[in-house]
Design a protein around this ligand. Structure first.
Ligand SMILES: *Cc1c(COP(=O)(O)O)cnc(C)c1O
Length: 337
């Protein structure tokens, strides 16, 4: 499969001949989830966005944002990030041969994401403050200096991310009753809704936030957002109104799930469906398990990022390895016990 700009160029703000910075993102698997379906009493599909080149859906927006920045002659791109945007920015900036700068909350991003951003050669600046503060700062930097801002307030991000809705629609022949999706800065739910609307579809949009970082559920910003799901640890979503509009207009809802509910879904997906996603991604499935999805018969859950992004949380959820002497008898005792 080509990258998503090439695949969907007719529906994206690009033309033949434009510079395209791609890692062949998109075209991710939509996997049926039999055990989860049985559990919730609906036909459930998992959109595995961890299969993107850097392991999250952020690549969809980043191929567009960085391509557009290069088209405009940018020499540098910047973002605030809870981790995955940083990893995607770093990879696409490397690919484009331009400078990448990311601002992250110190000590608050998962290890895999940090490793990616650094390996791809981005400058990683860690502030003693949360994501919301980091976003404020990069907005100002981008206003004052010739550095392109590629957070999801950048329209090209939303344009790229809407292509996931196109893919789901194609795979399910346009038949989808509801979408369950984690909501952090609220760019992705905005993008999916735009994508579905462009196709004339209107599945119910169910957004889920972590209970400790649930401004849309509470109806007011959260000053100190807290959750184990670091990718959605955001207290003041940039696309607040658009996210609420998507949920209201589609007859969906926004609800909160606790960290415990998120971790239960996270383990369930890994053990029962063979799908390893990161904690924030599991919020979509936790929400479906706890709150349901109205009367929907056919539901898609967006699994936004790969489980390997956050090995620390994974290891905190499982038993340890089994120590053993390097002898057949000892191995047999361990296995056959
Ligand atoms: C960015 C991200 C989210 C949240 O998406 P928003 O567009 O900020 O709402 C959810 N899960 C993962 C893994 C992410 O990287």
């Amino acid at each position: 499969m080509p990258g998503l700009i090439e695949r969907y160029i007719d529906r994206l703000p690009f033309a033949e001949g434009d510079p395209i910075i791609t890692l062949q993102e998109g075209s991710t698997p939509l996997v049926h989830a039999p055990r989860l379906s049985e559990r919730v009493g609906a036909e459930v599909w998992l959109k595995i966005e961890g299969s993107n080149p850097t392991g999250s859906f952020k690549d969809r927006g980043m191929t567009c944002a960085v391509s557009a920045a290069v088209r405009e002659g940018a020499q540098a791109v910047i973002c605030a990030s809870t981790g995955n945007t940083a990893a995607a920015l770093a990879a696409y900036a490397a690919r484009a041969g331009i400078r990448g700068v990311v601002i992250v909350p110190e000590g608050k991003i998962a290890m895999g994401k940090l490793a990616q951003a650094l390996m791809h050669g981005a400058q990683v600046i860690a502030i003693q403050g949360n994501f919301d503060r980091a976003l404020q700062l990069v907005r100002t930097v981008a206003e004052k200096h010739p550095i392109a801002l590629v957070n999801s307030i950048n329209e090209f991000r939303i344009e790229g991310q809407k292509t996931a809705a196109f893919e789901i629609a194609e795979e399910l022949a346009g038949e989808l009753d509801a979408l369950c999706i984690p909501v952090g800065n609220a760019g992705n739910i905005t993008a999916y809704w735009r994508g579905f609307r462009e196709l004339g579809m209107a599945p119910q949009m169910f957004g889920f936030q972590a209970a400790g970082a649930a401004p849309l559920v509470l109806g007011k910003p959260v000053e100190q957002p807290e959750t184990i799901a670091s990718a959605i640890r955001i207290g003041k979503p940039a696309r607040w109104e658009q996210a609420m509009d998507a949920m209201t207009a589609s007859g969906g809802a926004v609800n909160a799930v606790t960290d415990e509910q998120i971790l239960t879904a996270y383990r369930f997906l890994a053990r029962e469906e063979g799908v390893f996603c990161e904690p924030a991604s599991a919020a979509s499935v936790a929400g479906l398990m706890v709150h349901g999805a109205g009367n929907a018969q056919r539901v898609a859950c967006v699994l936004t990022g790969h489980g390997l992004k956050d090995p620390d949380t994974a290891l905190s959820q499982v038993g340890g390895v089994v120590p053993c002497e390097p002898e057949l008898s000892a191995i047999e005792r361990a296995i056959l016990r």
